[in-house]
Design a protein around this ligand. Structure first.
Ligand code: UDP
Length: 261
């Protein structure tokens, strides 16, 4: 697979063309941003961990019929994925109220929701990713009724799957954000899951201590982000219990891999 030119650079990832028009390479950067880009930093090793964690989750989703863009992980920082036209909506599912929801609606932080709450935000940095309703999505024809019902259905199944996956390793899935895209392969207009599922896009709390094992460590200046993401990877069985993945080790591993290519 030949890597081509850069097609798009986002806040945490870069998309490169390949010699196959239906496939692109997704590169995980170490950049972290929060609060609509107002807070920025580089956290060495974050991209490597997100690449591994997202690969693990997305490759398991195929088994429960949630089609997604992942073809295969190529190396420490890159995945081969299907080219999709991203739907300009962030789909958020919440099990416990925290973050922007509590601020917006005055709900007490940590309130367990009796049923999963699905929210939609328009993907638009300039507007600060505003919350939108189902009616907005239909009115502006971002999706039709059938497509949106299908996505809601997938979100509920995905939530059930992820709740179980994380609960099994002593982690509460508080909330998460996903993105979907249209594939135009062979003239069909299928909707598949795209982007990533990682501690950057989920809120993950230790089941017993409620220690945050996600990007809130960066948002709230709690420190130790790499050890927290490493802990998630170890509990999922992606990294071995004894591997001590400090930021330095992750960087070393990644350069060793590059030299070997
Ligand atoms: N989220 C994300 N990207 C965004 C906004 C939110 O991945 O641009 C994730 C976030 O990590 C959390 C969930 O979506 O798991 C809900 O986030 P919330 O709306 O509370 O936003 P925040 O508090 O991050 O502004």
């Amino acid at each position: 697979m030949k890597k081509g030119k850069k097609l798009y650079e986002g806040k945490a990832k870069i998309i490169f063309a390949t010699n196959d028009k239906n496939l692109v390479i997704q590169y995980f950067k170490d950049d972290a941003t929060a609060f609509n880009n107002q807070k920025k930093s580089t956290i060495e090793g974050k991209g490597v961990l997100n690449n591994r964690i997202s690969e693990y989750i997305l490759s398991n989703l195929n088994q429960i019929g949630i089609k997604n863009h992942l073809v295969k992980r190529l190396n420490m920082r890159e995945q081969l994925v299907m080219l999709v036209e991203i739907i300009p909506i962030e789909f958020i599912v919440r099990n416990i109220a925290t973050g922007s929801l509590t601020k917006r609606l005055g709900i007490e932080d940590g309130t367990t929701l009796e049923r999963p709450l699905i929210e939609y935000c328009l993907k638009n940095d300039k507007l600060g990713d505003p919350n939108i309703s189902r009616e907005h999505i239909l009115a502006f024809k971002w999706l039709d009724d059938i497509q949106l019902d299908l996505i809601d259905e997938k979100l509920k199944r995905l939530n059930d799957f992820l709740l179980g996956l994380f609960r099994g390793v002593g982690i509460k899935l508080v909330d998460f954000k996903v993105e979907f895209g249209f594939t135009h392969e062979s003239g069909k207009n299928d909707i598949i899951l795209a982007d990533e599922i990682s501690p950057d896009t989920c809120r993950l709390w230790d089941s017993i201590t409620e220690k945050k094992l996600d990007k809130d460590r960066f948002r709230k200046d709690l420190g130790d982000l790499i050890p927290a993401y490493t802990e998630v990877a170890k509990r999922l069985g992606i990294l071995h219990e004894q591997s001590n993945v400090s930021a330095v080790n992750v960087t070393k591993l990644s350069s060793v891999k590059k030299k070997n290519k």
